[in-house]
Design a protein around this ligand. Structure first.
Ligand SMILES: C[S@@+](CC[C@H](N)C(=O)[O-])C[C@H]1O[C@@H](n2cnc3c(N)ncnc32)[C@H](O)[C@@H]1O
Length: 245
């Protein structure tokens, strides 16, 4: 998918046209159930906070940077070269972006540069998740890989945002759609199957406690701090995958 298709996709998502509105109403709920523990860290918003890759989202309290000047975006720029001075932001959100950039090391270095000392960055990336281009899709991360990627900052919490059931459900949907060459058929399959299977997502409430859950987790996260003050963690469960079989 090229840049034009990303902008089309976002425009369709937010269009007030009757077709798009009907589509949004019939669209099944998200199959991935986020773990609320992921957000239980004392990393308050400051005067300036940065949200990376939020095209089409209106994120209160953040400067929203994306490649595309779409609704919700405050500054159109690449996260590989952030147009801000150093030590400015208290919080940086980088959610489902690192897999889409050409040079994730440059993005993490830029986040480290613009974070104020003692500020926090939140990274979320897919591990087991279908190919999805925004506008490209270059890679997947293990939890260890994400911690290593965030290396220049101090990792203070990590774990799985969405678990094995999310993985299973999104792949079942993609598998069924792979059999359907016609877009209208894929749209119907997505709607019908999505509504049928979405209640299964709640199995992750139990399953993400399993020590084996990280072997096929869906998205993992890391909270990282730019040196300085001590974090007060309320909870930071980490589903580690046991070594070996
Ligand atoms: C999967 S979407 C993230 C969605 C958003 N975080 C959310 O959860 O709703 C990835 C976003 O990153 C943006 N993006 C991709 N490469 C980028 C880059 N180099 N700099 C800034 N944004 C980028 C894309 O345009 C897209 O809006």
């Amino acid at each position: 998918m090229g840049p034009e298709n990303v902008t089309d996709l976002y425009r369709r998502r937010h269009s007030a046209g009757w077709r798009e509105r009907l589509f949004r109403i019939l669209n099944p709920p998200d199959l991935c159930l986020p773990d609320p523990a992921e957000l239980k860290i004392d990393a308050p918003l400051g005067r300036w906070n940065l949200y990376i890759g939020g095209a089409g989202c209106f994120v209160d309290g953040y400067v929203n940077v994306d490649l595309f000047p779409l609704p919700g975006v405050t500054v159109a720029a690449s996260a590989e070269r952030l147009p801000f001075r150093s030590d400015l932001f208290q919080r940086v959100e980088c959610d489902a972006v690192l897999e889409h950039v050409e040079n994730p090391g440059a993005v993490v270095a830029e986040i480290g540069r613009v974070l104020s000392p003692g500020g926090y960055a939140h990274f979320v990336v897919p591990f087991c998740h279908p190919f999805h281009e925004y506008p490209r899709d270059y890679r997947r991360y293990t939890l260890d890989g994400l911690k290593q990627q965030a290396g220049g900052l101090e990792v203070v919490a990590s774990g799985w945002r969405t678990g094995p059931t999310a993985t299973l459900l999104v792949f079942v949907l993609e598998y069924v759609k792979a059999w359907l060459p016609w877009r209208p058929a894929r749209v119907v399959a997505h709607g019908v199957l999505g509504w049928l299977v979405f209640p299964l997502r709640y199995l992750d409430v139990i399953l993400r406690r399993s020590p084996r859950a990280g072997r096929i987790g869906n998205h993992c996260y890391v909270w990282a701090r730019k040196n300085g003050q001590t974090a007060t963690l309320r909870s930071a469960p980490s589903l580690s995958a046991p070594r070996g079989v």
